[in-house]
Write a protein that binds this ligand. Structure first.
Ligand SMILES: C[S@@+](CC[C@H](N)C(=O)[O-])C[C@H]1O[C@@H](n2cnc3c(N)ncnc32)[C@H](O)[C@@H]1O
Length: 198
């Protein structure tokens, strides 16, 4: 990792902590993933050689930078969706600062509409870090746009276990998927869309 990116990631970690501890308006909190979750996303994305990644919930782009760094060497792309103009603008400035824009496609808008518009089998890795109340409603489109053999990672599976329970139950009752709860950061729920015949 180059020094510019390493420095920005550290800066964003400090900014996120200070900002979220002082700001009272939730829409102005960054709510970034933890650093070890970033390292985990990087490792997984590299291990599965993900080239087409979708992230729901950009915020100011902290997690996006980890994912973009992961796909850079394979000339992949991260598509990231955020409905807050304020946060999308912060993210864009961060991506530009470390020259990561060639690997990132930002989409400003609501994820519900965005997901409906995506073609089948579009993404090999999906990272969900957004409004947890929406996940069950998104499940049908998420299944459709995830490639066979693709992986979905959902943040906050431990920190917000009760809010995630209905979604986790529905996923685990859906045939064709393997799941695992990984105790990294705020708890990552991994969902593998099994290749046919497994
Ligand atoms: C937990 S934060 C994302 C943090 C980011 N992944 C990171 O680690 O840096 C969740 C973000 O999802 C956005 N969001 C929530 N519901 C959304 C929706 N339905 N469509 C698009 N963005 C949404 C919020 O505005 C917020 O910025």
């Amino acid at each position: 990792m180059n020094q510019k990116l390493a420095t920005l990631l550290k800066e964003l970690e400090e900014f996120g902590k200070t900002n979220d501890a002082t700001v009272t308006d939730r829409t102005r909190k960054m709510l970034n993933i933890t650093r070890d979750t970033g390292e985990f996303l990087l490792l997984i994305a590299r291990a599965i050689e993900a080239r087409r990644i979708l992230e729901i919930g950009t915020s100011n782009g902290y997690s996006t930078l980890w994912l973009a760094y992961a796909v850079q060497q394979l000339s992949g792309t991260v598509t990231t969706v955020e409905r807050s103009q304020f946060k999308a603008d912060m993210a864009r400035a961060n991506f530009e600062r470390v020259s990561m824009t060639p690997w990132i496609q930002q989409h400003l808008g609501d994820a519900t509409d965005f997901l409906k518009q995506q073609a089948d089998n579009s993404f090999g890795l999906i990272f969900l870090d957004s409004d947890r109340q929406e996940y069950t409603g998104w499940w049908s489109d998420l299944q459709r746009i995830l490639t066979l053999g693709g992986l979905m990672i959902v943040d906050n599976a431990v920190s917000h276990e009760s809010e995630m329970k209905r979604f986790v139950d529905i996923v685990q009752l859906t045939p064709g998927y393997l799941t695992s709860l990984v105790p990294v950061g705020n708890g990552e729920f991994l969902v593998l869309k099994q290749p046919v015949g497994r």
